[in-house]
Design a protein around this ligand. Structure first.
Ligand SMILES: Cc1cc2nc3c(=O)[nH]c(=O)nc-3n(C[C@H](O)[C@H](O)[C@H](O)COP(=O)(O)OP(=O)(O)OC[C@H]3O[C@@H](n4cnc5c(N)ncnc54)[C@H](O)[C@@H]3O)c2cc1C
Length: 407
């Protein structure tokens, strides 16, 4: 396998949604990029099937996908805009409602299958002449040197680059090999995911009910069905997974308070353990972490991949600015700007998710009454509600250029 030139080369381990986005952003600006990906993704699938993994994608992420030339392919692959969002408390009458019209936006965001995003990214990666995708291949080790980093792959291949990026997910090998520690916390919860059919139409609305055991979300799909994410304690999740379809549908309809009538059909069910994880550093000499390799958060607000895409857009900006100034891409002093820009934001989002989870897990009456009153108050307060909504859509804060560009 030929080596990458030491100058201007970036090697990204992990070609998922986050790594693939960074690769496209750098290669479309002419940088030499190699993406090492362990698993060959699905190329095609039955037309009436829905991926168990779907993402709520923010408007900021839409802008990022547009700026790397992927959005048209994602639209063609299929997406479902959501224009309203209802969040309410199972332990009272508190409710909050967001409507895109109130915010002067055409949508609040989109529900998109992971495989649709992945396939759009793969097509774009293949079209970029300075991007080399190496798949299937795995990182087994690396060594930082004076002028670059030497990367060893499982098949004995070697790559050399100025900068190594870990976009290799929650169990990141790059992070481990770089000796970067993590702050980890298990929620002792699992998320059950499934595609379901409801008696009543979803009305392009994302729904979330907070139960004392965890949140239950119904996300609208373009074929009229909904994708559910039901976060709950591990023993309850195991019991729910063991139920036959009829019993599961009954429990699900009850847990959702029949908000869309009865849930009448369910496809295959999947289950994901939930954890919070944060790398103590995002960068070391010639190494940077992005996406789940750097942080994993509770899925209750559907922010994980969106934060990862902001990491990718921010790191791309830092690398391109460094390159334009003729400086070494891998030097720690240049990479620190990326860490300063993103780590605090990601930490604040993690803390906010934990705050919501704990608040809604409280069953004591005074706290329950207080949070219900709080929800209703926020719902009636225009400016505070607007601020919350714009933040959830990724449209506020210190955004990288790719996420701030209006199309
Ligand atoms: C139930 C659930 C629901 C969620 N819903 C949402 C949502 O609605 N919205 C949202 O924004 N987020 C959501 N998330 C979070 C989201 O799934 C993750 O944040 C996102 O998938 C992380 O993307 P990534 O590219 O960083 O990592 P991954 O998706 O984990 O990709 C890592 C890639 O690296 C490759 N890889 C790993 N190790 C190696 C190696 N050694 N060598 C080569 N390649 C390697 C893997 O094959 C993989 O392709 C949800 C999570 C869960 C659990």
């Amino acid at each position: 396998m030929p080596d990458l030139p030491m100058s201007q080369g970036v090697v990204i381990i992990g070609g998922g949604c986050v790594g693939g986005t960074l690769a496209c952003a750098l290669a479309q600006a002419g940088l030499q990029v190699a993406v090492v990906e362990a698993r060959e993704p699905l190329q095609d699938w039955p037309a009436d099937s829905v991926d168990l993994r779907v993402f709520a994608i923010t408007r900021a992420s839409e802008r990022i996908f547009r700026s790397i030339g992927c959005w048209d392919a994602i639209e063609q692959g299929g997406l479902s805009p959501f224009r309203d969002m209802h969040v309410w408390d199972a332990g009272g009458t508190g409710e909050i409602h967001f409507d895109c019209a109130e915010l002067g936006e055409p949508t609040l965001g989109y529900i998109i299958e992971q495989r649709v995003i992945q396939s759009a990214l793969n097509a774009r990666m293949q079209a970029l002449p300075t991007l080399r995708r190496i798949c299937p291949a795995e990182l087994v080790g690396f060594e930082t040197q004076d002028r670059g980093v030497r990367i060893e792959l499982g098949d004995g291949g070697v790559l050399e680059a100025n900068l190594l990026v870990g976009a290799d997910g929650a169990a990141s090998r790059v992070r481990g090999l770089a000796g970067i520690a993590v702050e980890a916390h298990t929620y002792r919860q699992d998320a059950i995911v499934a595609v379901v059919t409801t008696e009543l139409p979803h009305r392009e609305t994302a729904w979330q009910r907070f139960l004392p055991t965890g949140p239950l979300a119904f996300l609208p799909l373009r074929d009229g069905r909904s994708s559910i994410v039901w976060s709950t304690e591990k023993t309850q999740a195991a019991a729910l997974l063991a139920l036959d379809d009829d019993a599961f549908l009954e429990r699900l309809s009850e847990a959702f308070a029949h908000r869309l009538g009865r849930v009448v059909a369910v496809e295959e069910r999947g289950c994901f353990p939930l954890q919070r994880l944060h790398a103590t550093r995002y960068v070391t000499e010639r190494v940077a972490l992005i996406g789940d390799a750097a942080h994993v958060i509770h899925p209750l607000a559907g922010q994980g991949v969106n934060l990862g895409l902001l990491d990718a857009a921010t790191l791309a900006e830092v690398i391109l600015d460094t390159h334009a100034a003729g400086r070494d891409l891998g030097l720690l002093r240049n990479l620190r700007r990326y860490e300063r820009w993103r780590r605090g934001d990601n930490q604040r989002m993690q803390l906010a998710m934990d705050g919501f989870k704990n608040l809604f897990g409280e069953t004591a009456t005074p706290l329950r009454l207080l949070r219900n009153a709080g929800l209703s108050l926020v719902d009636r307060s225009g400016p505070l509600k607007q601020t919350l909504a714009r933040h959830a859509m990724g449209l506020s804060g210190d955004l990288p250029r790719m996420a701030g560009t209006r199309f």
